[in-house]
Design a protein around this ligand. Structure first.
Ligand SMILES: Nc1ncnc2c1ncn2[C@@H]1O[C@H](COP(=O)(O)OP(=O)(O)OP(=O)(O)O)[C@@H](O)[C@H]1O
Ligand SMILES: [Mg+2]
Length: 267
């Protein structure tokens, strides 16, 4: 049965969608079957895979609210072994609609139950809020990946997220746990960044991924080509570090990126 990972942090712009797209693509390239669920009305995971919103026949909105079977909303992407439940703008109103519905916390979970045998990994891209949609993601998943930037304010947001995780765990999903905290857009040359990493490691021993995703221009360019960075520029540092994250998820050793590359300012 597939492992369900929600990528969540209520703080905006920390690299949730980027992580879903790039981790999904890497796991697919390693012969794992992957389903990415775009649960954010912005649809960044959807565009990140090059899916045009016009071509969408069923979306995460239909799956959460409209009682469409998830199978009918799943589409193939151009990436090996990666399928997608796309998001469209109508998801923006879904939180209010969900309040009225039965099983409003469990709707995504119930849908995923019907298809999780078909995938090795299911990745959920949550919106930047602690809304009912995010709660659906936390209820539906086995583990949470928390991307964050190494900034002082990020720590404050983290405690709010942890509270929400505790509530969901106690009430709805007893085996819920954090898979890992992922530092993104990371610059090891900044003292402040390293301090934040040490703080977070103190509070979450063993829960911080060894891999730190650097700020990398190729990562930010790739979505405008509708491609994960490993398809856009396989030798970029961004692609290499997302591969390392994938290796950690698969329980493998991460590959040391040669010091040389850093010295010569590899893109
Ligand atoms: N490692 C990185 N290096 C450079 N740019 C990055 C990196 N990771 C993400 N970005 C860029 O930062 C922006 C925010 O990333 P992303 O959309 O993945 O964050 P998010 O947490 O999903 O945002 P939101 O909360 O709005 O959903 C995007 O423009 C993305 O291309
Ligand atoms: Mg996003």
């Amino acid at each position: 049965m597939g492992k369900v990972l929600a990528v969540a942090n209520q703080k905006g712009g920390v690299g949730k969608s980027t992580t879903v797209v790039n981790l999904g693509a890497y796991l697919g390239s390693r012969d794992k079957t992957v389903l990415c669920i775009d649960a954010d009305a912005q649809g960044n995971t959807t565009t990140g895979f090059g899916v045009k919103k016009r071509s969408v026949e069923g979306s995460s909105y239909d799956v959460l609210i409209g009682n469409m079977k998830i199978e009918d909303a799943i589409m193939r992407t151009h990436c090996k072994n990666v399928s997608l439940v796309p998001a469209t703008a109508d998801l923006a109103g879904a939180d209010i609609e969900l309040i009225e519905l039965e099983n409003r916390m469990n709707r995504l979970k119930m849908q995923i139950l019907t298809c999780r045998l078909n995938y090795d990994y299911i990745l959920i891209d949550c919106p930047p809020s602690l809304s009912l949609i995010t709660v659906n993601g936390l209820v539906a998943c086995d583990r949470i990946i928390v991307p964050m930037q190494a900034e002082f304010y990020a720590l404050e947001g983290l405690s709010q997220l942890v509270e929400t995780i505790k509530i969901v765990k106690n009430k709805y999903n007893p085996s819920l746990d954090i898979e890992g905290i992922l530092f993104t857009m990371f610059d090891p040359r900044l003292n402040a960044s390293n301090q934040v990493v040490s703080e977070v490691e103190k509070f979450f021993p063993g829960k911080v991924f060894k891999t730190k995703i650097p700020r990398n221009v190729r990562i930010s360019e790739a979505p405008s080509y509708g491609q994960p960075v490993m398809y856009y520029d396989k030798s970029s540092r961004g692609a290499e570090e997302y591969a390392n994250l994938g290796r950690e998820i698969l329980g493998e050793e991460i590959e040391k990126i040669k010091e040389k590359k850093k010295l010569f300012g590899k893109k």
